[in-house]
Design a protein around this ligand. Sequence first.
Ligand SMILES: Nc1nc2c(ncn2[C@@H]2O[C@H](COP(=O)(O)OP(=O)(O)OP(=O)(O)O)[C@@H](O)[C@H]2O)c(=O)[nH]1
Length: 599
Amino acid sequence: MSHDNIRNFSIIAHIDHGKSTLADRLLEYTGALTAREMQDQFLDKMDLERERGITIKAQTVRLNYTADNGKDYILNLIDTPGHVDFTYEVSRSLAACEGGLLVVDASQGVEAQTLANVYLALDINLEVFPVLNKIDLPAAEPERVIQEIEDIIGIDAHDAVLASAKEGIGTREILEEIVKKIPPPKGDQDAPLKALLFDSWYDQYQGVIILVRIFDGTLKKGDKIQLMSTNRSYEALKVGVFAPVMREVPSLSVGEVGFVIAGIKDVADAKVGDTVTLLHRQCNKAMEGFKEVKPMVFSGLYPIDTAQYEQLRDALAKLKLNDSSFSFEPETSVALGFGFRCGFLGLLHMEIIQERLEREFSLDLITTAPTVVYRVHRTDSTMIEIESAAKMPEPQHIDYMEEPFILAHIHVPNDFVGPVIALCVEKRGVQREIKYLTPTRVMIIYELPLNEIVLDFYDRLKSISKGYASLDYEHLDFRRSDLVRMNVMINGEIVDALSLIVHKEKAYYRGRALVSKMKELISRQMFEVAIQAAIGNKVIARETVKAMRKDVLAKCYGGDITRKRKLLEKQKEGKKRMKNVGNVELPQEAFLAILKVED
Ligand SMILES: Nc1nc2c(ncn2[C@@H]2O[C@H](COP(=O)(O)OP(=O)(O)OP(=O)(O)O)[C@@H](O)[C@H]2O)c(=O)[nH]1
């Protein structure tokens, strides 16, 4: 059977350059969606995604298209998540394709994130062709952007499609280009099944659904399949495609993309990048590029109201059903009580989960400052990985420690090179390369400790570059580093949830800055509050929040009860995100004060 009529492609775009809008246009044009269904963007399903304008979970659709040459084609659009935390998932989705549309906002030009994904695509030899979107905007500069694409990315862009996804301009040209420029899939129909699992999620009615791209062989309903990384086998109960809603088909063969429901219980068993083969006729080599993804950023989540603990646990379990890259385990804090230490792929992933917990599950949470995984090599020559300062052994048991490093690509206009380099140096960065991509655009490549990135790197980068800089990063390795545990004491008591691991050289300065920030954040209480930072037994900084002079209610001249109630209510409002630690009331912000400290 010929696979000549199949085209598998992704849309590669920087956030907000119009990927979802364009995808909807393609669906609409090929008749996959009616205009009414178009009211909502089809591909970005979750509310949160829509609100934040970012794509979190990949979605894939099959489109039927009759080309100008009179032939019918099946176009599989494979959506990719659009954020730096999900690079691995992006790379697996791209691996399921033969080509990619590079969508660039004609008024903005090429951005760092676009580059990262384009390079991912070019590295695996995808056919990439450019589409300039938003040409309806008065600020669009197609010529400049075409030049930029050629200079920076090095692909031919002179015949880039000029499009406006908003106004439906260029849609047919794009479909024609897909057919002409992207090669059809190759593969051996008679070989044993070899399919790439490139996405999976949990559906409450159907269980785990996996998306696969067939490279060799055929996958039929009823087949006994095996996942090669876990060696577990399942029966393919349902096989089908999204067109764009789920539709069962008898089988999927070479080049095709579709879903399989196979009674997999847990998304953690359906690992992105895994190879699907047949139990009794296995392919001899798994797909390349498989990686186990591991959480890199951790934070403590505690219910403000201890009665919400069970609810929080259930909510975390529910979220985990659909997100195997997220982890949680119970943690107890003297200061905050019972909660969970949660692991995330990165900061955005963390914010998304926290926001969902508060919004979809109506939980009020205190979150502790994000941290990374450290490796502690103990004097007894064993090694442990810790993801919170509370787990750090006493100094006499530590031989040395290591912290994770990343490779950061920062894309910035010429004018900001100086400040960006200064920031990287301040954050203990090691310079790799500074590349002038054009006379005005610069790529700054630095090795940086992840620990500095999770604090305030991104915000600082944005503010020193007036929003122009963009960042993307990949994990490099663990490096030996001089780290100490810093404790924060409130009225002489160590508050464990505020302890942090810092680089020794930064400790004094950070300690001082942290306590002075906390002083601003903690409101006056009926008594004096001493805030101290200490390393071991040594106090390195101290600030005092003076006692309140008058009772708030004293302001309410005597008997005006409504006024009094109003004031009390107002106080209650403000109390929402407060936690009593000892007898001191600490606001949520105080737990994240370290994020607001500048070096
Ligand atoms: N003027 C104009 N606006 C557009 C065009 N295409 C998209 N937009 C707008 O640009 C914004 C971003 O578009 P999206 O399609 O959500 O961007 P996206 O690239 O999918 O973003 P992610 O899902 O985060 O990757 C939206 O407000 C769109 O309405 C266009 O051709 N012209």
